[in-house]
Design a protein. Structure first.
Length: 190
């Protein structure tokens, strides 16, 4: 089991944005947010870079969860593997532990781990974006709901490690959340 989790972390450290940046002769760590994720890749290099980075980072999550199912590990061990691939993405050892923010990798993990739970998450996000008109705020609420469902509903309690991943992802997004909240507040008061 420990070998599986180590492999999950190592797979997570494959930062698609870093490789896309190398291909385009651009160090994304020095531009805009400095983040090695799809959002920064797209902002600096365009839509195709966003799409390639998003799919590459999501595929990491899909890959490690499929490995866990292939070897018939328990759902809880597979969810821990999902946590480790996300940790690898967030904190890659070979880049001084400065990686992406984990959204695409989480989506790959969540979609493959439990399609029903992911569907609830995605539907809630889409409904919230219509109401709140803010992707960042909608993401926060949807992530919080996903974590609560994992912790409170017996049918999904094997996914508890993904709640830890959500907590860490939200910490990594804290400045985006504050900025989004301030933008919405100022628009209402002006």
């Amino acid at each position: 089991m420990f070998l599986y989790w180590i492999i999950c972390y190592i797979v997570g450290t494959f930062l698609t944005a870093w490789w896309v940046g190398k291909w385009k002769k651009t160090d994304l760590r020095t531009l805009r947010s400095g983040n090695l994720g799809a959002r920064n890749a797209g902002a600096v290099l365009g839509r195709s870079a966003f799409l390639v980075t998003f799919l590459g980072d999501a595929f990491k999550g899909v890959f490690v969860i499929c490995i866990g199912f292939y070897f018939q590990f328990s759902y809880e061990y597979i969810a821990i593997g999902g946590l480790f691939v996300i940790l690898g993405h967030l904190f890659p050892f070979w880049l001084k532990f400065k990686g992406g923010k984990g959204i695409a990798t989480f989506i790959g993990v969540a979609l493959t781990y439990n399609t029903l739970l992911f569907g609830i998450f995605a539907l809630l996000f889409l409904l919230l974006i219509l109401i709140l008109r803010s992707a960042t705020l909608s993401m926060i609420v949807a992530f919080f709901a996903y974590a609560c469902i994992c912790l409170l509903y017996p049918a999904f309690q094997d996914a508890w490690p993904l709640s830890i991943a959500i907590f860490i992802i939200l910490i990594r997004h804290r400045f985006d959340m504050i900025e989004s909240w301030n933008e919405r507040w100022w628009k209402k008061t002006i």
